[in-house]
Design a protein around this ligand. Structure first.
Ligand code: SF4
Length: 168
């Protein structure tokens, strides 16, 4: 069973996905992750259906009429955020619940609508298959420097032996 965090990590960094899947979790120590958790706890307080864990598989921030709402600090990972929300819409559809999505970015003060269609469903199905393959690998995907590595909770894990200057 794939969860929303894995869909996010698949679209951010496949090595990060592998590390997370092996329960090498350093995220709790990361300030940005803590910031995100506090943001989720404080958001959508006017809505009754919030922070809902679905079948122990994925957690949605809130249900607002015909929309599933997600809140993020910034839109730096907008593409990965979009796929995470599409995954929720897809999983809900499998359970007979058809919804649209809204992602709100607090830093940019903007909200984007996300709609699931057949093409995106097929892409998600392929992602889920690829995630299962990565999870079953004995070794992590090769290390590649990415623009957001220095902000990643796994930075020390990935780069402690790398001598070149990778600050970004
Ligand atoms: S530090 Fe970079 S390469 Fe390592 S898991 Fe994070 S994003 Fe991926």
């Amino acid at each position: 069973m794939v969860n929303g965090i894995e869909i996010q990590y698949f679209n951010v960094c496949k090595r990060k996905l592998w590390l997370y899947s092996k329960q090498i979790t350093m995220e709790v120590e990361n300030d940005r992750v803590m910031e995100g958790k506090i943001l989720h706890e404080r958001s959508y307080q006017r809505l009754e259906q919030r922070e809902m864990l679905i079948d122990n598989q994925f957690k949605i921030d809130a249900v607002d009429g015909e929309y599933i709402r997600e809140v993020k600090i910034s839109s730096k990972m907008a593409e990965a955020d979009k796929w995470q929300l599409l995954f929720y819409l897809y999983e809900l559809k499998l359970r007979g619940v058809n919804k649209k999505g809204l992602i709100s970015y607090t830093k940019e003060k903007k909200t984007e609508e996300v709609i699931l269609d057949i093409e995106k469903e097929h892409k998600l199905e392929n992602m889920i298959k690829e995630i299962q393959i990565i999870r079953n690998q004995d070794y992590p995907p090769t290390l590649k420097k990415l623009p957001y590595c220095s902000k990643c909770a796994y930075f020390d894990f990935c780069f402690s032996d790398v001598e070149e200057d990778i600050s970004c």
